[in-house]
Ligand binder design. Structure first.
Ligand SMILES: [Zn+2]
Length: 66
């Protein structure tokens, strides 16, 4: 195992740790309900607060960020 291999392995570990951290913080946010499912006011299906319109029926949501 030479130095280049060590560097590459180190980078792979860093990337895995970074991705794991992102996933973990998403899970924690989900558990706190910060990105919990929002139910469409018109069709009742789960949509996202991130979008002003329902992705299913295109209805404008009351929470909307217009
Ligand atoms: Zn809808």
């Amino acid at each position: 195992m030479d130095a280049n291999t060590l560097v590459r392995d180190g980078l792979e570990v860093l990337i895995v740790v970074a991705i794991g951290g992102i996933l973990w913080s998403s899970v924690k946010k989900l558990r706190r309900g910060e990105i919990s499912a929002y139910t469409c006011a018109a069709c009742g299906r789960p949509t996202s607060r991130a979008y002003p319109r329902c992705k299913h029926c295109d209805a404008v949501q009351p929470h909307g960020r217009a």
